[in-house]
Design a protein around this ligand. Sequence first.
Ligand code: PMT
Length: 483
Amino acid sequence: MSDFKTILDAAIQQLGGNEAVQKLLAVGASALSNYRQRGQLPAAKQAILEAELTQQGWYLDLEGLQLTPLNSGQQKRILLLITGGIAAYKALELARRLMDRGYQIRGVMSKSAMEFITPLSLAALTGEKVYSELFSLTDEAEMGHIRLARDADIVLVAPATANFLAKMAHGLADDLASTICLATDCPVMIAPAMNPIMWAHPATQANLETLKKRGVTLIAPEDGDTACGEIGTGRLAETAVIIAGIDRLLAPQKILSPLSGKSAAGLLGRHILITSGPTYEPIDPVRYIANHSSGKQGHALAEACAKAGAKVTLISGPVQIPDPEGVETIHVTTAQQMYDACITALPADCAICAAAVADWKVVNHGTQKIKKTKAGTPQLQLAENPDILASLSQHEARPALVIGFAAETENLNRNAKAKRERKKCDWIVANAVGGTGQDAVFGKDTNRVTVIDAQGHEDWQQTSKTQIAEKLITRIEAWFNER
Ligand code: PMT
């Protein structure tokens, strides 16, 4: 009978031996023997090991003491729900490509999907029975709809029509596909496709918000010509984009470092906490103190971290840009709310404070709109807000790596260096925010930064905020890999 040590050793053997695995997990020889003795791996290390083995075609289950080839029945299972729109025909190609990548597909079709493609074509492609009836005695005897809903690693709705999104958002269960969405306890991913006006309709957008808040992953539709002849957003995302979304959830990959082009361990299994955007401090119910931050830099960081396999909690002030994909976004308004959300999100492996947090709040803010009176100009009484970066740096559950930003209008390096020391963070990313036009930072798509740590500073040339984010994530990966 296998024990933990035998399975772990078999996994290590499969990955090229002790040295290769030490390098992969960024640990020394003594850590590996500790894991053997303890009969347990830290969750983050286990996730890296599992993902690496998945890439090599193996399935590792350390709790169930199994190491088996993926094609021996341990493939990840996708329950593909096809709902009725012209894009339904693309679901056949999607199913085929997912199977090519080793996923096992079981199909469910709504009545209207069957107006566009036949269950027979999907069954022939997947080699599996296709289900469509809620009240089918044969199907219920063979596989009850509750089991069907749960016997999967993910439920993928592609294409998802506006009508189906509405049913999901409101918990309707009037056919097999919608009942599955209500009865499943698996992660759910939706890839909508519809007419652009239907997509933009406030009802559809409200339904989407509801679903996203419930943890449903959205693969957003793309822009272009739609089947109905109108141009706009509504085309089913490309097959490759949907597959990348599935891979991200079911088989997180190692990413290539954008700096070195070499394979990096990525941030798989790491929890990264990011703040982004401005905060608003109320003066009265209609006025507030704010700043020009758009959230572009902080959101780009969140997206890059998620791409590198991290679990990301993004605490965002009020911004006009969408929540990044694959990221848990918590929306706040004031500095105090941002502070509370950050502390609640601990523990984390790394914190990046890119938000432009108001340093002061109005303590005597009005509960009614302040009126002009003959008594003169109202006097706002200010008090300091909690310093989130300094608090995280000194918290008993301090993330291993704490990174701040410094927005300076003068003496960039000197002020930023002093800020790093005062706030006790590990690195500070300094940007000069006093510029205008090409040199502006707030709200723009580009930035130029200097990264300051205990060893010195690096000047990075002006580039897109996305590239700054990727470069910073690569630096973070390298930092974790070296530990
Ligand atoms: O959002 P964009 O339009 O893309 O613009 C990006 C940006 C300019 C906002 C961003 O790159 C940036 O510099 N963010 C930090 C802005 C800022 O508030 O800097 P600061 O020097 O005032 O604060 C220093 C650090 O302390 C920052 O990490 C800040 O998040 C943090 N801080 C400040 C005050 C406070 N009460 N709590 C904090 O955590």
